[in-house]
Design a protein around this ligand. Structure first.
Ligand code: HEC
Length: 193
């Protein structure tokens, strides 16, 4: 009996550690019908593969952000950011302040880095990996055109993403001057501070 049990465990382990293609994480109903719980389960399946891709080129921030705390409880359903599901992480410099979700113009401390993972669910229920985007607080002197933030990103394969920080990223983020230009996750998925 013991061998059978061990065999079962082995098979489970093999399935578990087989290089997780995000494609393996299937969704069997329209993405819009997924509950937050179901999204959570899906995210658990997707995340290891997202991380593996982001870290492929061993970029410093990609290696670091997996130690940071999550500032959203569940990947946020698509709104902006091209219909992607987003999950936000903040480094220790700015985490406590970020999760106040201030709307009173409070500036984040210099050195804050916010990372945002992204993926999409196709109509057929497949997962497509999205970029890992960063906002790094460097102060107005260092980044006068982008509200004191440095915007950057990595592709799903870990390579640098070319971003138009002023013309694209900040052009949208400047909509939130009272939130120090941060968009914040929707209320339903905010972490309680
Ligand atoms: C069309 C509008 C729009 C554009 C363009 C845009 N963003 Fe965002 N971004 C948002 C919204 C809305 C949020 C909040 C939603 C969320 O994070 O779940 C957000 C959140 C973020 C966050 C998490 C911190 C926060 O709360 O704001 C980061 C990091 C980020 N964006 C980086 C970028 C980068 C880098 C670019 C350019 C490549 C970019 N964004 C372009 C709308 C935009």
């Amino acid at each position: 009996m013991k061998t059978v049990a061990n065999l079962v465990l082995l098979v489970i382990a093999m399935v578990w550690v087989t290089p997780g293609h995000a494609a393996d994480c299937k969704v069997d109903k329209p993405a819009a019908d997924l509950t937050l719980e179901e999204l959570d389960t899906l995210y658990e399946c997707v995340r290891p593969d997202l991380i593996k891709g982001y870290q492929k080129k061993k970029k410093e921030k990609a290696l670091a952000y997996t130690d940071w705390k999550a500032a959203s409880t569940t990947p946020q359903a698509p709104g902006t950011h091209s219909g992607q599901y987003l999950m936000t992480y903040v480094n220790p410099v700015g985490f406590d302040q970020y999760i106040q979700y201030n709307t009173d113009s409070t500036e984040m401390p210099n050195g804050t880095i916010i990372a945002k993972e992204a993926f999409t669910i196709t109509k057929k229920g497949k997962i497509k990996k999205g970029p890992l985007l960063f906002m790094e607080r460097v102060g107005l002197e260092a980044a006068p055109k982008t509200g004191g933030w440095k915007y950057s990103g990595l592709k799903p394969n870990g390579k640098k993403l070319k971003v138009k920080a002023a013309g694209f990223c900040h052009a949208c983020h400047q909509a939130w001057p009272h939130q120090n230009f941060m968009g914040y996750p929707v209320e339903a998925v905010r972490v309680k501070g």
